[in-house]
Write a protein that binds this ligand. Sequence first.
Ligand code: ASP
Length: 579
Amino acid sequence: MEGRTHYAAAVTEELIGQTVTVAGWVHRRRDHGGLIFIDLRDRTGLVQIVAEPVHAENFAELDRVRAEFVVAITGMVRARPIGMENPELASGRIEIEPLRVTILSEAKTPPFMPAEAENVDEMLRLKYRYIDLRRPSLLGNFMLRDKVLMAVRSFFHAHGFLDVETPSLARSTPEGARDFLVPSRLAPGEFYALPQSPQIFKQLLMVAGFDRYYQIAKVFRDEDLRADRQPEFTQIDVEMSFMSQSEILDMMEAMLRQVFYESLGVEVAPFERMTWQQAMEGYGSDKPDLRAGEPLMDLTSAVRAHIAWPVLQAAPFAGGAVMRHYQPTRKQLDGWVEFAKGQGASGLIWIVKSGEGLRTSAGKWLDEQALQHLAAAARLGTDDTLMIVAGEKFPSLAVLGQMRLEFARQEKRIEDGWRFLWVTEFPLFEWSEEEQRLVSAHHPFTMPHPEDIDLIATDPLRVRSQAYDVVLNGTELASGSLRIYQPELQAKIFAALGLDPEETEEKFGFLIHAFQYGAPPHGGIAFGLDRLVMLMAGARSLREVIAFPKTAKGVDPLMNAPSPVSTSQLDEVGIQIKK
Ligand code: ASP
């Protein structure tokens, strides 16, 4: 072909009268009163080609092209006739009159047209992902992803971080998901594990004195792919030495703000900060969406003082969610009761304040004056509604937190903008009902809060950690922590987790040994890159920001993976498949 001189979107009025060569896919072909119109598509957009029968040779060639053929067209740029301009396109004021047409590649009728892909079954789209990816909206997501990565790298480079790669053939790391295993041929019966994160390696790099590390790392977790997850995904993985928690938070906040500025042109406000306790009490969630209205409230004493209902008197906690400027119908109120029950509450009490006074579902248990007091305790305005849930504290708050979100969604009260939040002081341990033992809330290398060290032995579930999350608009974007770097403290934590010394030696020995050779204080964090780009792009699913994603069943319909392998391949790694 003749060398391309211009991208489609670059062919504008300045080029009128000049000859250009464009190349790309036939987006659309129309015959109109003896003329052939072609919309030629490339990565930048569309440009219109108009051929007239007088140019017999080109005309015949263009007459042959069909949707998705690949062509190169050399032609003269001319202004579109008055009234025929398309303000939506960068090239919308011009068209190209073809002088030379080359069909570079023919195309079968595609299973779907890129422009219509949005309405096509996802399995089909993933099977023909290269056609699906021709959609400009998807392409836009990858352009954004590229910008984000450029901004991330330039930030880290400017701040002295080294980009270091760590192995993919590794062994189990402590993120707590199931490993993907890779059988070893050279050691039959033995397996590598694909890393769930570079956690141990990055800590070893700190022991090595690298001081500041980052990596755009592919990581693997074999989880049931509920909701929107992918078995392999990308982390912006970071670790730093000799920095306090607040210095780490400041550094990472600066990174994200730079990323937003450079890739979206958005100046993000300084992140809000709250402890895990404050998040749970204020929003019933460790990832509050701050765009969805005011926090929840603790109404325990007000409820006890004013509602005589024995069930409520006995409840350890009562919380409230105020729905401002909301006058629900009876049917809507019943809907909220059902919603609360669906979330696990045993019941819901509502109080509606209007010009006519107060109404409540608990009328039997409180008189007008008590109702007034309760409404005042919740600072109810004249057209507000109050929802009360009582019971165990955190479960009740969780229900109210869900109601707060659902209300904001239903009534379109979610504010615009980017609300970033640091949540700090997560609990160090959680109780696993399944395993009947303590497990790490983050991972076992997380540094406990200095004030809570003594509680490890006496009241472990009350131990706070120096772990932190970044939350953006109600989505968890990153998790990290200061790390334990003293072998004795680490041993204490392993003991609390019920791991015996042999087990810890076998699982994490290499890290504990490393700590005996001079370990700096260090800490880090990992961001979910796919999720970050998804939010920034306003995409609905991770699959819109990953070029070749898997389905919810972990299948890649394009390559047909996973797939059986030959017996000889299995023999080489000493594996026999159980039927
Ligand atoms: N490795 C952790 C994770 O992937 C993050 C960290 O602590 O840096 O969740």
